[in-house]
Design a protein around this ligand. Structure first.
Ligand code: ADP
Ligand code: MG
Length: 580
């Protein structure tokens, strides 16, 4: 028997419901509005009153309308066909609709039930399996998509039967599993999982031990993110958060990419729709969309759907991680999600925390970031979810609660600075404030020693020191004037400009410069250190400026030339002559 209820109060999309039976937090219910069933989620239960957030406009809803509770949480539907799909936060398939606007109470199916998938079994009758074990495989694009024992199964099962190789749709029974009591369970290619609960089904979750290449120098060279690591990009409006995140999405070394877009501007979401399907994956030469799922927040959806989007996106990543794949989750912007939490909390008249955000904001953000990570599956294979979120602090104030809470949760910090953006020094990542805690991990240092160059982390720290000394010199020159400081100050300043222009700055819109592979980053950092660790004598500061400006020009030409091409080496030779 389903629990029923009656609407007793409405504040925008927060609705109070008097219930006639048990309900639990995060349970899903449907409110009946003259035959239209609107989905809502319980966020608080108090005696016989449940507060529910409605995922749609509550226009026309009135006291006395009836509600039916489902006895389950908000779930994601998982199966082949998630990749290359565009969903909203409730996993409505936006691509199959006539317009981006769903009618109220209309929910579409996330998966194609007609499409046939070439299935190959990976187990045989008599095998013992547990939740998340691989029963078979289909090809989703070019990726192996594992059909797993549903994550909700507990205990050990015996495979009673498994389908032979062939083409089947997602609803075909591909295996029958017998539990310890002797009961049979049918398994298809589709399973459901509550989005607010992390998917387990792995043996251990050790610390990340390698980096995820992004082709962005300021990340890979200076502040690398680990495979299975976490990072965030705070920055004022217009400083390049979305451009940087899209560069990571296009170039990141991952098998699967999930983008949760709660755009600041309506046209950003439209841009994703139109731009992503056209993009070519630099790693495979195929369409990037083949390994991407996009979760968009359409502008007609109320705030509650933003929360659903980030959780649905994370759940999809965890699902692919359980197949032994490297997944990259990007959320733009998580501030929008936090604002949704704030609105609901205020409507419920809860005691507010800092800036009226809910008091448990920090815990909510930490728990979410903690779902990322590298895992060792039960069969010994690796899988990873790397998560990078953007944060848009109001007025660029990095002390506001969402930025502060995220800083505690994420291990990489890529702070975009207004003054760098104003000077068109893109990506506007502040070199001294930003950090990657992974550089302190011995496992990561060892990995970089092996894959990039012996003693790499120490070189990175040296380059950061050049920037630090340059900044100090610039401050002194500002106070004392060009002639009031020793020549060494000018030299230090210009050395840091060189690191800035050649390593930090990168043109996201230039075909060559946009993607800088690690080998190339190694070559450039070695060259920059060679230049910067030499002593130079100049008659006056103008000669010094001219020398470094010419050098920067040549080095920038190198960045724009194909790596190791004739042209590249010609510029390299000319640089070497200049510093001889
Ligand atoms: P935000 O998401 O922080 O509001 P955007 O990512 O939309 O900001 O960036 C704003 C503008 O800054 C872009 O439209 C682009 O012109 C410029 N920009 C940002 N990053 C770069 C980059 N790496 N290279 C060149 N231009 C950039
Ligand atoms: Mg943006």
């Amino acid at each position: 028997m389903k629990t029923k209820g009656t609407v007793t109060g409405i504040v925008s999309n927060l609705v109070s419901v008097r219930v006639d039976g048990p309900v639990s937090e995060n349970e899903i219910c449907y409110i009946d509005l003259a035959g239209v069933r609107m989905m809502a989620e319980v966020i608080k239960v108090n005696g016989d009153t449940a507060s529910v957030q409605v995922f749609e406009s509550t226009r026309g809803l009135k006291g006395g309308d009836s509600v039916e509770f489902e006895g389950r949480m908000l779930e994601a539907t998982l199966g082949p066909g998630l990749l290359s799909s565009v969903y909203d936060g409730l996993q409505n398939n936006l691509a199959t609709m006539d317009s981006v606007f769903l009618r109220r109470g209309e929910y579409t199916d996330p998966l194609d039930h007609e499409k046939l998938w070439d299935f190959t079994p990976l187990v045989k009758s008599g095998d013992s399996v547990v939740a998340a074990d691989w029963l078979g495989e289909v090809k989703e694009g070019w990726l192996p998509h594992k059909i797993m024992v549903p994550f909700s199964f507990s205990g050990t099962y015996t495979v009673k039967s498994v389908k032979e190789a062939g083409s089947y749709n997602v609803d075909t029974e591909i295996a029958v599993l017998t539990d310890e009591k002797g009961d049979d369970h049918s398994v298809t290619m589709v399973q459901k999982w509550p989005v607010k609960i992390a998917i387990k089904g792995y043996r251990e979750k050790p610390r990340p031990d390698r980096i995820m290449e992004t082709g962005v120098r300021v990340i890979d060279t200076l502040n690398p993110i680990a495979e299975g690591g976490t990072g965030f990009i705070p920055g004022p409006f217009g400083c390049g958060k979305t451009v940087l995140q899209h560069a990571i999405a296009k170039q990141g070394d991952a098998d699967v990419i999930v983008m949760a877009a709660c755009g600041e501007r309506a046209n950003e979401v439209v841009e994703i729709f139109t731009e992503f399907p056209e993009l070519i994956d630099p790693h495979t030469g195929r369409h990037l969309m083949e390994r991407t799922t996009i979760i968009c927040n359409t502008s007609n959806m109320p705030v509650a759907a933003r929360e659903a989007s980030v959780y649905t996106a994370m759940t999809i990543c965890e699902y692919y991680r359980a197949m032994g794949l490297k997944c990259l989750l990007l959320a733009d912007s998580t501030s929008r999600w936090a604002q949704a939490l704030r609105e609901m909390s205020n409507r419920m008249e809860e005691l507010p925390g800092a800036d009226a955000f809910p008091v448990d904001l920090s815990a909510i953000i930490s728990n979410f970031y903690a779902r990322a990570g590298m895992v060792i599956l039960n069969n010994g294979q690796r899988g990873a979810v790397t998560f990078i979120g953007t944060v848009s602090p109001a007025g660029g104030n990095l002390k506001e609660p969402v930025t502060e809470s995220t800083k505690k949760a994420a291990r990489c910090f890529y702070a975009l600075e207004q003054n760098r953006a104003d000077q068109k020094r893109y990506p506007a990542v502040g070199p001294l404030e930003s950090y990657s805690k992974y550089l302190d991990y011995p496992e990561i240092a060892e990995y970089l020693d092996k894959t990039v160059e012996e003693g790499w982390v120490e070189k990175v720290l040296r380059s950061k020191n050049i920037i630090r000394r340059g900044k100090e010199a610039a401050e002194q020159i500002n106070i004392l004037g060009d002639d009031g400081v020793p020549m060494s100050y000018h030299v230090n300043f210009w050395k840091s400009e060189l690191v800035d222009f050649v390593i930090l700055q990168q043109d996201a819109f230039d075909a060559v410069d946009a993607l800088c592979p690690l080998e190339r980053q190694r070559f450039m950092l070695d060259l920059i250190l060679e230049i910067c660790e030499k002593d130079y004598e100049f008659e006056d500061f103008e000669k010094c400026r001219e020398f470094f400006k010419n050098l920067i020009n040549e080095l920038r030409q190198m960045n724009y030339s194909v790596y190791e091409s004739e042209q590249f080496f010609a510029y390299n030779d000319s640089v070497k002559k200049m510093i001889a």
